[in-house]
Design a protein around this ligand. Structure first.
Ligand code: PLP
Length: 311
């Protein structure tokens, strides 16, 4: 794990990775009681600066996750914003990075499962991560399977909350896919409609129309998905469509891609071993890749405000 070589921000202090520890008695260790964000920093070679992409939008979502989970943030938004920049500065990165900002529940004593009020349970925060080089899948695409595991739902474990524990659902789907020889899984809702991939939103192209499930279809409200939809609205020939997507539509789509902070825009070249389009990354997928990289690397003035420099 590349992250293990780099300094960690833990509850207000920059510490060596071997000193970044939380208690085995904590609710985060025992029950995955945490909410988090996965963020990226893009190295701008020309300006010689690392820019954090969409830091404020990530903080918004983190606070929304905390609100739903009734977690009183141990730090203000401004403190966490500073913490991210302090952490990145401390590591002196000169390349693209991926990192996580986690707010976790600590030790709540014997009433740990019920404890959430200030004074009942400790809360803490941690930031860790490291370099994330360009992934081969971005060029070659991925082969995915439709999982037989169903997506968690808003009335059970809201997927809109980016909670560590939610990812046990994604883990089941990812392990099944890997065991069966696929790169990743697409997960359907209990009603059999497309939800998302194990760590990314899913978009399909049919007859030039960009289609993606609505945020009520069992998905994390992905920032990259929102970015892609905005791009399509502003620059595409046809406005994007948010509607339920059937499994069989996946097989006959002209293009499919998954998107997320970690996976950027990754082409899907087959689903259940059925080739998508001609089995190669499609032109709209490539276009969104270029637009994302232009924006995140500071080459597109329209998105400059979404870059926070680490100085
Ligand atoms: C389950 C899931 N869906 C979607 C995404 C993409 O979200 P974002 O674009 O905000 O990174 C992620 C990544 O965090 C994810 O884990």
């Amino acid at each position: 794990m590349a992250e293990k070589k780099y300094k960690v921000w833990l509850d207000g202090r920059i510490v060596a990775p071997e000193d970044a520890k939380v208690s085995v008695f904590s609710q985060t260790a025992m029950r995955g009681a945490n909410v988090y964000e996965g963020l990226r920093g893009y190295w701008d070679d020309q300006a010689g600066v690392l820019n954090v992409w969409k830091l404020d939008a990530h903080l918004d979502r983190l606070f929304q996750s905390m609100k739903i989970m009734r977690m009183a943030s141990p730090y203000t938004r401004e403190q966490l914003r500073h913490a991210v920049l302090d952490w990145a500065r401390a590591n002196e990165f000169r390349e693209d990075v991926h990192f996580r900002l986690v707010v976790y529940l600590g030790d709540g004593g014997s009433g740990g499962l019920r404890a959430f009020k200030p004074g009942e349970i400790d809360l803490g925060a941690v930031i860790f991560g490291g370099p994330r080089p360009h992934q081969q899948a971005l060029e070659k695409g991925v082969h995915v399977a439709v999982s037989s595991w169903r997506r968690i739902s808003d009335d059970v474990m809201p997927p809109r909350v980016k909670a560590g524990a939610n990812y046990q659902n994604n883990r089941l789907a990812a392990m099944q896919a890997r065991t069966d020889g696929y790169d990743d899984a697409l997960i359907l809702t209990r009603e059999g409609k497309l939800a998302e991939a194990t760590g990314a939103a899913v978009l399909i192209v049919r007859d030039g129309e960009l289609i993606t499930p609505p945020v009520t279809s069992g998905l994390l409200e992905s920032l990259t998905r929102k970015f892609i939809l905005t791009l399509q609205e502003r620059r595409g020939n046809r406005p994007p469509v948010q509607r339920e997507v059937d499994r069989s539509e996946l097989y006959i789509a002209d293009e499919i891609f998954v998107c997320g902070t970690a996976e950027e825009v990754t082409p899907v070249v087959s689903v259940d071993r059925i080739a998508i389009g001609d089995g190669k990354p499609g032109p709209m997928t490539r276009q969104f890749q270029r637009w994302l990289w232009d924006a995140a690397r500071g080459r597109d003035p329209e998105w400059r405000a979404d870059l926070v420099p680490v100085r």
